[in-house]
Structures are given as C-alpha cells and as structure tokens.
Ligand binder design. Structure first.
Ligand code: ADP
Ligand code: ASP
Ligand code: MG
Length: 406
C-alpha cells in the first residue's frame, strides 16, 4: 500500500465531466488499496477571471484583498471534487488552506509555506477518508488568507506530500509530461521520460509553467518523488529525478520562454557609487523581483543608462516607485516596455561544452531577431527579445539545438 498525493490542475477540473473523471482516477487508486490525498486547482479560467476583476477595480489593489478574491477559485473545485468522490462511493472531505492549516509567511500573493499540520488529516486518512485539499491557499500568522503565487497548487501538492511522507506526488495536467519546449508552441517538441531537478528548476523559473518553481525546489530539498502526467490519457509521464538517474545527458535539454516580463530603461542615470542600490533598494522593499540587469558604460563619465526587467504584473508599481524618486535618483527619463519575452536554453551539459551561446545568437540573428538583453548562468542562457518573435525564436532554436522529434 502506498500513500500518494494526486494534484489536479485547472483543465483537469475544468468541467463537471472532468471532475467526474478525476473522481474515477482517485477511486482507482483507492480500490487498488492505496491511500490518496487530493490537491486541486481552481477550474480552468477561474483564477484569471478573478485576477482581471481585481485589476479592473484598481491596478494597484491591496494584496490582502487580492488573496481573498483569488483563493475562492480553489474553494469551489475542492467542494465539487469532494461531492464527485462521495457520489462515486468514496469517503471524501474538502479542506481549505486555513482549515488544515497551511501556515505561510505574510507576503501576500506570493506567500511561502512554513508548515502544514497533518495530524487530523492523517488520522482521517487512516480511517479511510480522502482529503480534497484546496491548493494555492495558505494562512498567515495574523489569520489572513494568503496565496502562493500563480501556479501555486503544484507547491501545495509537493509540500503536502513532504508533510505526509508520501511515496510519490503525481501532478496531473493537460499535457502528458515535461517536453523539450512548450508543446503548444513547438509542435516538434519531444516528451522527456526523465528530467533532473536542476534542469526542471531552471525550466520552471524561466517560464515553463508546467510546474511552479517552488514546487521543484521543495521536491529537491524534501526528496519528494514527483511525476508530471496527463489526466486525459493513461500514459507514463515525466519523472523529476536526481542527476545520477539520468544516463544520457544532452547538451541542451530544453527551451523555455516567459511572457511575464517587462523591461524598464532609465536614461541619464548619475554614474556615481550608490545609485544602483538607491534604485533597486525600494523595489526589493516592495517585494518586486528584479531579474536581468545591464548597465551601459558611461560615455561622458557623468551619466549612464540602466536597463532591467521585472515581472509584468509589477511594472506599474515599479514605474510608480521610481517616478516618485526621480529627483533623488537623478535620472532623466524612464522608459517602460511590456512588449518583451525572455527566451532561455537550458542544459546541465552546458557546463562541459562551449559554443552553446554562440549557436543561440547566430540562430536568432539568422531570423533577423534583435537581442535586447542577455544573461547567463552555469546551465542556461537567456535573452530578451520583442514579444512578436516568440514563436519564430522558439521553433528556430529548437531545431538548431537538435531537439526536434523525428
Ligand atoms: P495546470 O492547470 O494543470 O497546472 P498549467 O497550465 O499550469 O496546467 O501547466 C501546463 C501547461 O504548461 C501546458 O498546457 C503547456 O502549454 C505548458 N508548458 C510550458 N512549457 C512546457 C514544457 N516544457 N513541457 C510541458 N508543458 C509545458
Ligand atoms: N489557480 C491558481 C492559478 O491559476 C493556482 C494553480 O492553478 O496552481 O494560478
Ligand atoms: Mg499549473
């Protein structure tokens, strides 16, 4: 008998019929003698709709109220899945984040899980009850509802699997595994049987939303066995494993992209010590993540240009914060640009191979695509380009690195 956490994403609970299919899948494991804890996302489209409503009322809305609104989607699906399971003859009960509780820090809209209380759930599971847990939700120490950032149900599932000491965590979604690139954009993308934690971590943090980044970090640090698979078909998925479990390693194993980027350029910045700290300090205090940064060489020794990227959702606040400080910071002009995408190639094999970056630059140049910003780490190279070139760039790079399916 195994203890399994099964997580179902938005499309997998997207309709009454899909919810009935989820119930059948859970029942199959129960009938086989396993213990199952279920984690659910909101029904497909629900969270986007709730986010849009907050945005429409105020682009700079209160993050505490945003959490109250967006957490509601998961409450609906957990109740519906529990009803479907009960109807199928399975003893099931829904749980909201605050009821368990899933304790988090108080960084609203991107909270991190601190602890999950499992005594009561474990007791009920031992009696044969299936918990149906709302993913994405938590509760801060002041008792207010928090959410874990977009895609956060993956993290709820892995954290619950760790807390319960589960044998594995199955992430059911609308594709049958992790591919070399988003299969919805690159038709020739290949499904990977296995991917290393490190590569999955890079793929996720660089935009492959098939798993939330934090869920991969947790799987790695807590030793949770994660599998990504489809809730629509019965086929083996992709296992996220340690490096020692992957025998043959490609130089480049995947390509990711993120449209969730915005570029900010400050023109005429004073070229003196402390300016970068004065610019990025307020952003970090406001929990705004800055990703790529380039500072141009000063031509006159007095002023310079500075370009950096933030998440698209943080652009308005970034502009607001920096505009308020224009006098102190002493820059001439601020140019925001949300029409950008970050494209990244990833592979642990990059550590031991040269020419990987060159092939990326050459390939983009041959398609007439201008690179605006570049950043690299040991196992990835990222470039920022204009958003309209996303598909063209991904397909050209996928072919250039020999990743196309035969
Ligand atoms: P869920 O609602 O089940 O959590 P998501 O939409 O969050 O599903 O994640 C699944 C989607 O991730 C897929 O539909 C696919 O378009 C996208 N995706 C992006 N990159 C990849 C990749 N490398 N492999 C598989 N899917 C990917
Ligand atoms: N419903 C949330 C979202 O759309 C969480 C999730 O799906 O994982 O971001
Ligand atoms: Mg998701």
């Amino acid at each position: 008998m195994a203890l399994i956490v099964q997580k179902f994403g938005g499309t997998s609970v997207g309709s009454v019929e899909r919810i009935q299919a989820v119930a059948r899948r859970v029942k199959r494991e129960i009938d086989a003698g396993h213990q199952v804890a279920v984690v659910v996302s909101a029904m497909a489209g629900t969270t986007n709709d709730l986010v849009a409503k907050c945005q429409a009322l105020s682009p700079l809305h209160d993050a505490r109220e945003y959490d109250v609104v967006v957490a509601a989607g998961e409450q609906i699906s957990s109740g519906l899945v529990a009803i479907a399971l009960q109807t199928a003859g399975v003893n099931a009960r829904s749980w909201q984040g605050w009821q368990i509780p899933v304790s988090t820090d108080d960084v609203h809209a991107k909270a991190r899980i601190a602890a999950i209380a499992t005594d009561e759930i474990k007791r009920r599971m031992a009696e044969g009850q299936v918990p149906v847990v709302s993913g994405f939700q938590g509760i801060a120490s002041d008792g207010r509802v928090t959410t874990l950032g977009r895609g956060g149900s993956d993290t709820s599932a892995v954290a619950l699997a760790a807390a319960l000491g589960a044998d594995r965590c199955d992430i059911f979604t609308d594709v049958d595994g992790v591919y070399t690139c988003d299969p919805r954009i690159v038709a020739k993308a290949r499904k990977l049987d296995k991917i290393t934690h490190e590569e999955m971590l890079e793929m996720a943090s660089l935009g492959a939303k098939v798993l939330q980044t934090r869920s991969v970090e947790l799987a790695m640090s807590q030793g949770v066995r994660v599998q990504v698979l489809s809730s629509f078909v019965d086929s083996p998925g992709t296992l996220v494993v340690g490096e020692d479990e992957v025998v043959e390693q490609e130089v480049v194993s995947g390509i990711a992209y993120s449209r969730d980027e915005a570029k900010v350029t400050l023109i005429g910045v004073q070229d003196r010590p402390g300016v970068a700290a004065a610019i990025f300090g307020p952003l970090s205090e406001a929990s705004i993540n800055v990703d790529m940064i380039v500072q141009n060489v000063s031509e006159d020794g007095k002023t310079t240009g500075l370009t950096f990227t933030v998440g698209r959702a943080d652009l308005d606040r970034t502009v607001q914060l920096l505009s308020q400080r224009q006098k102190d910071l002493g820059y001439v002009r601020l140019v925001p640009d949300a029409n950008v995408v970050k494209v990244s190639v990833i592979g642990v094999g990059m550590r031991s191979h040269v020419g990987v970056a060159q092939l990326m630059f050459q390939t983009l140049a041959s398609k007439g695509i201008n690179i605006q910003v570049i950043s690299t780490s040991e196992i990835k190279i990222s470039v920022l380009i204009a958003e309209e070139y996303t598909e063209l760039a991904l397909r050209a790079l996928h072919t250039a690195y020999g990743l196309d399916r035969d």
